[in-house]
Design a protein around this ligand. Structure first.
Ligand SMILES: [Zn+2]
Length: 197
């Protein structure tokens, strides 16, 4: 029987990684065989652990590309892996879509966590394509940094020194905001996020 692909997406600080770690815990408690991957680019906390903002963590295999994730899975062939978890999947290349499909075809469940949009409200193509082929999508919200309502679906960059859509940064660079506050905060900036494209 084929496995299932589940995507957990949302803005910064929406508890995506915490949700992933809760799922990892279920497999760990059940003494199931699972693997946790994380992209090499993310060095915010610890390179060998997936760590949530609340401090939960699990050890992870660090991969630089979808191909190296694929290679690691081939090395684990025969170990009866039942689930694969991928944190920060938006940092991986689009090859992960076919790799994930191949893994679920082997009867392994795949859980991916990622940002759905950049701080410029542009969809991350990798996440969008994975959402298209997913069996289930969990879209998380965060508490709006500006108004305090639990309706933040956007990541907002608080500084203007920007290059590209992907930047690895913590609380000092990004906040989660609702759509209304995104507009309010953007209008106060000297450089509009949209105009910086
Ligand atoms: Zn708000």
């Amino acid at each position: 029987m084929a496995g299932k692909l589940t995507l957990i997406v949302g803005p910064m600080y929406s508890g995506k990684t915490s949700a992933l770690l809760s799922l990892v815990e279920i497999y760990a408690l059940g003494k199931k065989n699972y693997v946790v991957f994380k992209p090499e680019i993310d060095r915010r906390y610890s390179s060998e652990y997936v760590v949530s903002h609340s401090g939960m963590k699990t050890s992870a295999l660090v991969v630089g590309s979808s191909e190296s994730l694929h290679a690691r899975m081939r090395e684990l062939d025969g170990e009866k892996v039942q689930a694969v978890f991928v944190d920060e999947v938006h940092f991986l290349d689009e090859g992960i879509v076919d790799v994930a499909k191949g893994i679920i075809d082997q009867g392994i469940d795949v859980f991916c966590v990622g940002l759905d949009m950049s701080y410029r409200q542009k969809p991350f193509v990798v996440t969008a394509k994975l959402m298209a082929v997913a069996d289930e999508i969990v879209k998380k919200r965060a508490v709006c940094h500006n108004c305090g309502e639990y309706n933040a679906v956007l990541s907002y960059r608080t500084t203007n020194d920007i290059e590209g859509d992907i930047d690895v940064g913590g609380m000092e660079k990004y906040v989660a905001v609702c759509r209304d506050c995104y507009k309010i905060l953007s209008s106060k900036k000297t450089v509009h996020p949209q105009q910086a494209d």
